[in-house]
Design a protein around this ligand. Structure first.
Ligand code: PGA
Length: 253
């Protein structure tokens, strides 16, 4: 990992909040609260409908992202949004392959097409991977490996700096507790090895995040003891006060 690479904290707002005024209020409080951070990059992945209202959120320290994006850039695709459309609202990142989208039908093949479309459009991609459950024979490890290989199929080395991998064990999403930090550490080593298999030592430049029940109380220890370069945060990213405090804490690492 290049020394200068910043830690990355991503807030995934999912289908929240309910109104545009709440979205503006939360984003405003986050931006104001983080004016003095130095070593952390913060991305808020808002619902598409709020992007226009939030476009001034994007700055050197805080950045806008989307929670998904379609695999084509033009054509008759009812209900879909292309990377070029999203980019007009100062969006720089897109989450692809979140388990909640995979559950709604995004196969590994679709995830791969979306990853390629996002990268070709000049956006950065946060690729979510994660097993549904664990087993004693370690099947989940082959599952994770396959997910990474398929998501990155035909993605060339030149795109490496625009790729982030977010490991989210599905059973830890929306739960009470995150995965233990020693297991997070193990998974970050395992994922790093797979990235080296694909890209050689250049694979070390891809940031690996952890997601799943990250809160103010556990965020810093997940980063430090789990040896990850950032976090993907659902619920706690809608609580501006806690989110800001958590990031200020992480910024000191
Ligand atoms: P959570 O969600 O932090 O609320 O568990 C994480 C995610 O789904 O990305």
């Amino acid at each position: 990992m290049k020394k200068k690479t910043k830690n990355l904290i991503v807030g995934n707002w999912k289908m929240n909040p309910e109104t545009v005024s709440e979205a503006k209020k939360t984003a405003g409080a986050i931006k104001r609260g983080l004016l003095n951070i130095k070593k952390t990059e913060v991305v808020i992945c808002s619902p598409f409908v709020y992007l226009d209202a939030l476009k001034s959120f994007s700055s050197k320290k805080t950045i806008l992202g989307t929670q998904d994006i379609f695999q084509e850039n033009s054509g008759s695709f009812t209900g879909q949004i292309s990377p070029n459309q999203a980019r007009q609202f100062n969006v720089s990142y897109s989450i692809i392959g979140h388990s909640e989208k995979r559950k709604l039908g995004d196969t590994d093949e679709i995830v791969n097409k979306k990853v390629i479309n996002v990268l070709n459009s000049g956006l950065k991609v946060i690729i979510c991977i994660g097993e549904e459950k664990r087993d004693h024979s370690g099947e989940y490890l082959s599952f994770i490996k396959k997910q990474i290989f398929l998501a990155l199929k035909d993605v060339s080395k030149k795109d490496i700096e625009n790729i982030v991998i977010a490991y989210e064990p599905i059973w830890a999403i929306g739960a009470k507790e995150p995965m233990g930090t020693s297991e997070i550490h193990e998974m970050s080593i395992f994922i790093r090895k797979i990235l080296r298999e694909i890209y050689g030592m250049l694979g070390d430049d891809i940031r690996i995040l952890y997601g799943g029940s990250v809160f103010l109380e556990n965020a810093k220890s997940i980063m430090v003891d789990g040896f990850v370069h950032g976090l993907l945060i659902g619920r706690e990213s809608l609580n501006a006060k806690n989110f800001v405090e958590m990031i200020k804490d992480i910024d000191k690492i």
